[in-house]
Design a protein around this ligand. Structure first.
Ligand code: NAG
Ligand code: NAG
Ligand code: NAG
Length: 283
């Protein structure tokens, strides 16, 4: 190589090294998350298409803290696995993570009762499940509450703090939707413990069908304000690509999640493929 060529390559390298650091805009999110296992549709991790060029989270749903017999009774913070354990067993988690380095697996708490003294039991039982299943993260998906918002916030906050401090989990999310009997709980949690919550899986599909792109963006902005400084992820019931493109152009798309693999199996995972292709192609 003559010196002129070497100089050329040096300049080229310099350009590639310095240009990204000049631009202040962070890399676009390529996070895709999917709930799995709640509806016992015999769906397995390997059924779900996984694009190698994105960050992929499976969220096992649910672990619950009440017995599944009828009538259900509280278990005093002792969480038990209540997903499709015929098809989603610990060795399947290890396999899917070994086969796909971009996959992480979380568990979702769909509980009812946790409060006060139960937090110690919750920490113990969840730690046990996370270790057995080799999980990475946790999601809070309570929709029914027995305590008041502040008690809920305090108990879940202490749970998250403990699980993160002891490095049992490396990321946490909350799943909420626009409902007057649900949001106050999550807003109370956010206000006090928002710094422990990495993602807000906001269920935009809970809005009525036929929501236009501009209505969707308005809802998104409202929730972005509610969960200030948080990464509000989008989800949609039907085709949401228009709203996603718009948010992405504005640098506001922090990722997409879908409920759920169980429901998508019979439609050949159409939206999973579409969403991941979209995220993978974002620069
Ligand atoms: C899950 O693990 C079990 C036991 O190792 C295995 O028989 C089964 O084929 C696995 N399922 C998938 C989809 O990998
Ligand atoms: C809020 O959620 C509760 C419990 O799931 C439900 O009964 C109620 O209809 C919901 N309210 C609205 C306005 O959607
Ligand atoms: C697919 O399966 C889900 C879950 O069983 C069901 O709710 C949904 O209606 C089914 N959709 C189609 C198109 O068959």
């Amino acid at each position: 190589m003559d010196s002129c060529k070497i100089l050329f390559f040096l300049i080229l390298r310099l350009l590639f090294i310095t240009v990204p650091s000049i631009q202040a805009t962070p890399a676009k999110s390529k996070l895709f998350r999917e709930y799995i296992g709640a509806e016992f549709q015999h769906v397995t991790f390997s059924d779900v298409p996984i694009n190698p060029n994105i960050e992929f989270h499976f969220i096992l749903s649910f672990a619950i803290d009440y017995s599944s017999c009828s009538p259900p009774s509280p278990t005093n913070g002792d969480f038990v696995v209540y997903w499709d354990t015929k098809n989603l067993i610990p060795s399947n988690v290890s396999s899917i993570k070994a086969d796909h380095s971009n996959v992480k697996v979380a568990l979702s708490l769909g509980g009812d009762t946790i409060q006060g003294q139960d937090v110690t039991n919750a920490i113990k039982s969840i730690t046990q499940i996370v270790r057995v299943y080799n999980l990475d993260g946790i999601d809070i998906d309570y929709e029914h509450f027995t305590a008041d918002p502040n008690t809920f916030a305090e108990c879940i906050g202490r749970l998250l703090l403990n699980l993160k401090q002891s490095k049992v989990v490396s990321f946490a999310s909350i799943a909420t939707y626009d409902n007057d009997s649900v949001q106050p709980y999550y807003l109370a949690l956010w206000q006090k413990y928002g710094h422990l919550i990495d993602y807000v899986n906001f269920q935009f599909y809970a809005y009525k069908k036929g929501t236009t792109i501009s209505q969707f963006i308005t809802h998104f902005e409202t929730q972005n304000t509610n969960y200030k400084g948080g990464k509000v992820l989008v989800s949609f019931g039907t085709d949401g690509s228009g709203a996603c493109s718009k948010l992405q152009r504005q640098g506001k798309l922090h990722g997409i999640f879908i409920w759920s693999a169980d429901n998508s199996k019979n439609t050949s995972f159409h939206y999973e493929k579409q969403s991941q292709t979209f995220l993978a192609s974002s620069k």
